[in-house]
Design a protein around this ligand. Structure first.
Ligand SMILES: [Zn+2]
Length: 325
């Protein structure tokens, strides 16, 4: 993996070297710049020797995400000094706080609808995206997504999606067109390997709901006589820069509930390789269709806890939206 990104990092290092050299004469602290120049040169030498990106203590590859963030690092996460570890933890805590600030309020009131969500990062930060946004026309927009990758890099992309949709919503485009635009912006501003699966929905005043499923595990529509899946309308956003998305339309009656989740639920494993899966989820929802969104999410978490291995390895987000009149 390191070799794949090495040309890119080499380019960055060479550029950084040029900037540092230019700064030596004009900045007040030449010794500090000379020290930084030394670090850049040492990294370039490691590339020439073919040992770039290997930890200097254990000789295992350093985490790619960290190299992309700082091409000068020389130690894997397990071999950081205590001071470095503390600084990293503080950064992560701060990132987690910022991410929590991007989540919708938990007691959100929406006329005609009862909504709830649960958001649990596997680590300190999550690559899941979850949002409720009020539309101009009293509609409710709801989004649940899952960004490729994990950790800090994924959480940055989550913040990117958040800002993008909050901006796009004000233009009031047809739903499919809005997702198409979001996909183009996401594609143009991220690395080729980065994309996001997501479900974007918009409620109408008569219980009609438009949903675009961009490559995400199907949301479930719980109705009096059945539980049905809302299958994908297209690829994940950001895979291609010129994707188009169609939209599914569903009619929800009083008491109907839409249930959305990330693969932290459906692909959660019991330790023997058995996945929680959609059939189990459908059955659970079918047997408990009278529950409120909050209770349904609570029940689902309890059931997942008794099914899955102790520590979650993937971010988990659940969302339920029920029509109340
Ligand atoms: Zn190491």
């Amino acid at each position: 993996m390191v070799t794949a990104i090495e040309p890119l990092l080499r380019e960055q290092l060479v550029e950084r070297r040029q900037r540092l050299e230019a700064a030596i004469d004009i900045l007040p602290d030449p010794p500090e710049i000379i020290r930084l120049l030394g670090e850049v040169d040492a990294a370039l030498q490691r590339m020439d020797k073919g040992v770039y990106g290997l930890c200097e203590v254990c000789h295992e590859p350093v985490e790619t995400e960290r190299l992309l963030a700082d091409p000068l690092i020389r130690f894997c996460l397990g071999d950081l000094t205590p001071t470095e570890q503390r600084a990293l933890e503080e950064d992560l805590q701060l990132a987690a706080q910022i991410q929590t600030g991007l989540l919708p309020q938990h007691d959100k009131k929406v006329p005609g609808w009862d909504v709830a969500y649960y958001y649990q990062p596997a680590g300190l930060v999550s690559g899941d995206y979850c949002d409720f946004i009020d539309g101009d026309d009293h509609s409710l927009h709801f989004v649940l997504g899952d960004v490729s990758g994990k950790g800090i890099a994924a959480s940055m992309l989550m913040a990117h999606l958040h800002a993008m949709f909050r901006t796009l919503i004000s233009i009031n485009l047809p739903l499919g067109e809005m997702i198409g635009r979001a996909s183009r912006v996401f594609c143009e501003s991220t690395l080729p390997t980065q994309y996001a699966t997501l479900v974007y929905g918009r409620t109408g005043s008569e219980g009609n709901v438009e949903i675009c499923n961009a490559g995400h595990p199907p949301p479930l529509l719980i109705q009096a006589d059945k539980v049905s899946r809302i299958e994908a309308n297209g690829l994940p956003v950001g895979v291609f820069c010129s994707e188009s998305f169609s939209v599914s339309k569903v009619q929800m009656q009083k008491g109907d509930t839409l249930f959305l989740y990330t693969d932290g639920l459906s692909e959660s494993s019991d330790g023997t390789g058995d996945e929680y899966g959609m059939d189990r989820l459908s059955r659970l929802l079918d047997e408990n269709k009278s529950l409120s969104p909050n209770s349904l999410i609570k029940l689902c978490r309890e059931e997942l806890n008794s099914f899955a291995e102790k520590s979650a390895t993937d971010d988990l987000t659940l969302m339920a939206i029920r029509r109340t009149d």
